[in-house]
Unconditional design. Structure first.
Length: 305
């Protein structure tokens, strides 16, 4: 059973936590909103895991010849291919049916996410620049799914900030993958041959500036149709440090120093691993959450506006 659970890649589920951003960023922290977000989280986890299973089934022969991927449950034979197919069908079918029953908006968002994953795996991941844009679109759909499940209308600043942050993470992922392939002498995947570190650095600069600017504008408060209170500016230092810390971890020289650890699961080519393993970054995220809830609590009692 543990092997079957590992085949779902539960560590990747941290990407779906963005569905909780809708009630958090709108300051609508109610039991109904949290339960709706939790449902969206579970449905997106089921959907994404179904595609992890499908990808592992398609790539099973190649994974068996890979020094690291050969340990995956399907490639190692711990999970049989027919069993994995049944698991993928049940997870995907259940997610779509429950999503539509919850609300047409959530069902449509999940369906759009499914089409995006199909397009990404068949073609988009091989297209330079389009690949990181598709990664960003996946995060936007998750955020929209959380909003649809709770009936919350997202602000344009929030969507822009989410898109820019997701684009930043996608660029950092490609940058780390390219550098690791150079350090360890591995043959890079096809799309990485179209990238270069100088190009990714320039793209990173644009995405970083856009992320910080859009978040700063949103946190400025009602004056720019952003957050419901300008006190959210207090959370900006956490965002700045988090972005800079992530850039530090993806720096080519830092990757060269850490490449042995990256080979066992670290490295910014896996954002979910960084979030769970890098203590300073985890503390930064927790600091942002605590500060945000503190501002929400104080505002609820009418002490600030």
């Amino acid at each position: 059973m543990l092997a079957h659970f590992r085949a779902l890649r539960p560590r990747q589920w941290t990407k779906n936590l963005i569905v909780f951003a809708a009630p958090l960023f709108s300051f609508n922290i109610t039991l109904t909103a949290l339960l709706g977000s939790l449902l969206a989280f579970v449905l997106f986890c089921c959907t994404s895991s179904s595609f992890y299973l499908i990808n592992d089934i398609i790539d099973v022969e190649a994974d068996r010849n890979h020094p690291v991927k050969c340990k995956r449950p399907i490639a190692s034979g711990l999970v049989k291919v027919p069993t994995a197919i049944v698991m993928a069908v049940i997870l995907l079918g259940t997610a779509l049916i429950v999503g539509w029953l919850r609300s047409p908006g959530l069902g449509a968002t999940l369906l759009a996410y499914v089409f995006l994953q199909i397009a990404y795996n068949l073609q988009l991941k091989r297209r330079v620049i389009v690949d990181v844009s598709a990664i960003a679109m996946g995060f936007i759909l998750r955020a929209c799914g959380g909003a649809a499940a709770t009936g919350i209308v997202l602000s344009s600043w929030f969507l822009l900030c989410t898109a820019m942050l997701a684009l930043f993470l996608g660029i950092e992922k490609r940058k780390a993958e390219l550098r690791l392939s150079q350090v360890k002498g591995h043959k890079p995947r096809a799309v990485l041959r179209r990238y270069s570190l100088p190009l990714l650095t320039r793209m990173e600069t644009v995405a970083t500036n856009s992320t910080i600017i859009t978040y700063a504008l949103w946190s400025s408060g009602p004056v720019v149709n952003g957050a419901s209170t300008s006190w959210m500016m207090l959370t900006l230092p956490f965002v700045l440090y988090g972005v800079f810390r992530y850039q530090y971890l993806s720096d080519p020289e830092e990757i060269a120093r850490r490449w042995t650890d990256a080979d066992t699961g670290g490295g910014t080519e896996r954002p979910e691993e960084i979030l769970l393993s890098d203590r300073p970054l985890l503390i930064t995220v927790l600091g942002w959450v605590v500060t945000t809830f503190g501002i929400l609590l104080v505002k609820r009692y009418g002490l600030i506006h």
